[in-house]
Design a protein around this ligand. Structure first.
Ligand SMILES: C[S@@+](CC[C@H](N)C(=O)[O-])C[C@H]1O[C@@H](n2cnc3c(N)ncnc32)[C@H](O)[C@@H]1O
Length: 218
């Protein structure tokens, strides 16, 4: 399967589960301590680009604090659910791989990519980090999360488990790899934390540990 096929499979999956995902997570903010850490690096009214913004929980959080928020997600159904939950807001329906078609270089103070890059094919990760760097102003910051481990897998999507589908593409990466990609693309790491999650279905042989990184464009 090539990288476009992997991404399309993720898009199909989120179109199928948008309603349930939005009902569970559309207004639920977790990891608030990490959001607060990220905000330490944001100027007042900062422009934030959210990659894989889903059903809009981060829109609600950041717009309430006066930040200028734009979301990107390739699932039309996730957008519909986001608007049903929060009303309309700046939301581009496209693949993360195409973000440079929508914005000029240096457009944002910050990029937020939490719980989304683990669905990007391994072979697309470095290009995405390079694109994020280009869209950030000098000194801009990115908060990203990734799934710790090695290799890639199609795992059960929790909401579709009953139907016996194993279709959710996951990319697992090591800290060494991610740190190397950030460093070679001109980022300095400011913060890192790890979170172990129990039994939400995205498991597989890699376990279920997420890493959060805040990095600044040098
Ligand atoms: C687990 S959800 C997380 C949504 C949101 N960040 C949150 O925390 O609630 C992953 C989201 O990333 C989106 N996504 C995954 N790969 C993508 C890609 N290549 N381009 C655009 N969106 C993508 C999915 O459609 C989905 O809405």
């Amino acid at each position: 399967m090539n990288s476009a096929d992997k991404r399309n499979s993720v898009k199909r999956d989120y179109d199928l589960i948008a309603e349930q995902y939005g009902d569970e997570f559309g207004k639920y903010i977790e990891d608030i301590d990490i959001y607060r850490e990220f905000e330490k690096y944001l100027p007042d009214g900062a422009s934030i680009l959210d990659l894989g913004c889903g059903t809009g929980r981060t829109y609600a959080y950041f717009s309430e604090k006066g930040y200028k928020y734009t979301g990107v997600d390739f699932s039309e159904k996730m957008k519909e659910k986001a608007f049903a939950l929060h009303g309309e807001f700046p939301y581009i329906v496209d693949d993360i791989m195409n973000i440079k078609e929508h914005f000029s270089e240096g457009s944002f103070n910050a990029v937020f990519a939490v719980y989304s890059l683990f669905h990007l094919p391994k072979e697309d990760f470095e290009q995405t980090i390079a694109n994020i760097r280009d869209l950030l102003r000098d000194g801009g910051v990115v908060l990203l999360s990734y799934q710790l481990g090695e290799g890639e897998a199609f795992v059960d999507e929790p909401y579709l488990k009953d139907a016996g589908r194993e279709i959710l593409y996951m990319n697992y990466m090591s800290k060494l790899h991610v740190d190397g990609v950030l460093e070679s693309n001109g980022f300095e790491k400011l913060y890192e934390s790890e979170k172990h999650e129990e039994g939400d279905g995205v498991i597989g042989e890699n376990g279920n540990d997420a890493v959060y990184v805040i990095a600044r464009k040098k």
